[in-house]
Design a protein around this ligand. Structure first.
Ligand SMILES: *Cc1c(COP(=O)(O)O)cnc(C)c1O
Length: 395
């Protein structure tokens, strides 16, 4: 820490830029010409949404004017994390702006296929830490269960792109494919927390999901379940009363939802989150720091404030993992630290997520943030607060 006192002169307030805030989404609903005549009952049917996903250049070019970079990306992505965009999500894309955060997260670009030397297929070494099929066991008391390899929409920054996509499933019996994982959890009494992720577990039919939840719930030492999902953001129609009634039976279930930009928080998304919250499911968010999408402090602050309003507690913000083909999304670590610096103390503590780097090679989530301890000696800590003012704490 060079000269901590000078921090006081630094601007720590987030400047409100001259760019006006976009109007509250009033375009949740069928704003695009090709969707104008869709029956609202169809639009609200999550199976309809999945069946009508945009997976080709031809379909997408009916909605937006594609840039050459996007055309190249869509062609190259065929067969490897191919593009798939729900009509709901497509409806939020700005047709005139290639930098639209909704568009950048879902439309492949050529840059995805230039691989940086340090990028890896499996940056968090999950495959190495897998003691049974579909299971990752890294921490002493909790496991990650990969319930499916599919999602409603494929994020271009996906960290599990080695597994995830629209390929055919391996030939596994859906009723028994998790048997080895379940047996492993049963045999390890230290496991008290099972995180179900994927892919997106909410892409499963209610019956398949319930079958899995039931098997895990039957293990007496498992204290609680978590679901990691992006479906309330990419396909909110999936959150039906039938689903929430089913989930209630397996309480306590916590849910981590992947949110990256304030534009994702539409009225439709809010009503899906309301249904989940009202079913007694505590909601948290996970965000990935993405260059040009959410790396400006004022954008991220808007996101966390909007999340609190829909009862979602910001949980993690991840440094974008060094997974193959994501260099164009990666920011310096200092960008993330600066975002936390500009939140902590300046706004509600509930709005501040933990910034983490998932240690490449399997280190797990390592918290990173501004340094508030300036020096430490026997019985004495010299600290600074969010304004850069210095305080001494005597032990
Ligand atoms: C993220 C993760 C977890 C859960 O970590 P928490 O910090 O408890 O949210 C568990 N297992 C693996 C392999 C993970 O990557």
């Amino acid at each position: 820490m060079s000269n901590p006192v000078s921090l006081e002169n630094q601007k720590t307030q987030i400047e409100t830029p001259a760019i006006p805030r976009p109007p509250r989404r009033s375009r949740d609903y069928q704003q695009i010409a090709i969707y104008k005549d869709v029956n609202p009952l169809d639009w609200e049917d999550w199976h309809w949404q999945l069946k009508h996903r945009i997976c080709s250049k031809e379909e997408l070019s009916q909605i937006i004017r594609l840039t050459p970079e996007e055309e190249k990306g869509i062609d190259k992505a065929k067969g490897r994390l191919a593009m798939a965009i729900t009509p709901y999500w497509a409806n939020l894309i700005d047709a005139d702006d290639p930098d639209c955060p909704i568009r950048r997260q879902s439309v492949p670009v050529g840059a995805e296929f230039s691989i940086a030397p340090h990028e890896m297929a499996d940056p968090c070494a999950e495959d190495r830490d897998s003691p049974a099929a579909h299971l990752v066991h890294r921490y002493p008391d909790r496991v990650l269960l990969l319930a499916t390899e599919h999602c409603a929409m494929y994020c271009r920054h996906c960290t599990r792109r080695r597994l995830v996509g629209e390929h055919e499933d391996k030939e596994e019996n859906p009723l028994t494919k998790f048997d080895a994982a379940i047996e492993y959890i049963k045999a390890n009494r230290k496991i008290r927390d099972v995180l179900i992720s994927g892919g997106d577990p909410l892409i499963l039919e209610d019956e398949a999901l319930e079958n899995l939840l039931q098997k895990i719930r039957d293990i007496s030492h498992v204290e609680f379940l978590r679901i990691g999902t992006r479906i309330p953001v990419t396909l909110p129609q999936r959150i039906t009363e039938k689903l929430t009634d089913m989930l209630k039976k397996y309480s306590p279930i916590w849910m981590s939802i992947h949110f990256n930009h304030p534009k994702e928080i539409t009225k439709r998304c809010k009503s899906a989150c309301d249904m989940l919250a009202e079913s007694g499911i505590p909601l948290g968010s996970q965000s990935v720091l993405l260059k040009g999408v959410n790396d400006r402090p004022y954008v991220f602050k808007r996101l966390v404030h909007d999340l609190l309003q829909i009862r979602v507690r910001p949980y993690y913000i991840y440094q974008c993992d060094p997974v193959r083909g994501t260099q164009h999304f990666r920011t310096p670590v200092a960008t993330g630290i600066n975002i936390i610096e500009k939140l902590r103390g300046h706004t509600s503590g509930y709005a501040v997520p933990t910034y983490v780097i998932d240690g490449p090679g399997g280190g797990g989530k390592i918290p990173i943030g501004p340094n508030y301890i300036l020096s430490q000696a026997k019985g004495k800590y010299v600290l600074r607060n969010y304004k850069g003012k210095i305080y001494t704490y005597l032990e």
